[in-house]
Design a protein around this ligand. Structure first.
Ligand SMILES: O=C(O)CCC(=O)C(=O)O
Ligand SMILES: [Fe+2]
Length: 184
């Protein structure tokens, strides 16, 4: 569906062949269930981040909200599923690079209010280590040269945990952006 919307559905098979999948169940405990740290109960949740992988499909399991997405101008937008069977699709850096910036990898975080435990299940599609992430020819042309240099996904993952990677505001631009992006 996502590739169709970009007009490059014929790349589905080759992309699938270089992808593996990770299914993760997450529990963000209510404050009362969480461990104490320095005399205070720590709220469960997760810090603002961009996913590095291709796509994440997130389904909340018990109707407790918490996912928030950065609007791009400093505002956090609560992501509310339309129904108990709705899910969120979040693009990560690998898809941003592959789509040559047509998909954005949004900054998102988990902000649980601490009243109720939140459960979610997430299916991550992850490029294999040796997979080279490069926008297909249909998405670039002379008038629109690609924004990112081709890179092996494993190399990018390793960069993310270096000092430079951890400091970078946008890890992808810092690693393989062609223009010295202000966001890097
Ligand atoms: O559980 C969620 O709502 C999403 C978690 C998430 O963003 C992640 O694990 O990367
Ligand atoms: Fe995430």
């Amino acid at each position: 569906m996502v590739l169709e919307s970009l007009g490059v559905a014929e790349h589905h098979e080759e992309l699938s062949a270089s992808t593996w999948y990770l299914l993760r169940f997450s529990k963000y405990g209510a404050v009362g269930d969480c461990e104490e740290e320095d005399g205070e109960r720590k709220k469960a949740g997760y810090m603002a981040h961009r996913d590095v992988n291709t796509l994440a499909i997130v389904c909340q399991l018990n109707g407790v909200d918490g996912l928030e997405v950065d609007s791009g101008d400093g505002e956090w937008i609560p992501a509310k599923p339309g129904s108990p069977t709705s899910y969120f699709v979040i693009a990560g850096d690998a898809f941003r690079a592959w789509s040559d910036g047509r998909a954005t990898a949004p900054l998102h975080r988990g902000n649980v209010d601490g009243e109720d435990t939140r459960y979610s299940v997430i299916l991550f599609s992850v490029p294999k280590d040796e997979a080279v992430i490069q926008a297909p020819a249909e998405l670039v042309d002379d008038r629109r040269p690609s924004l990112f240099r081709p890179f092996a996904f494993g190399g990018f993952l390793r960069f993310c945990v270096t000092e430079a990677g951890m400091k970078a505001k946008c890890k992808l631009s810092a690693y393989c952006g062609r223009a010295p992006a202000a966001e890097a």
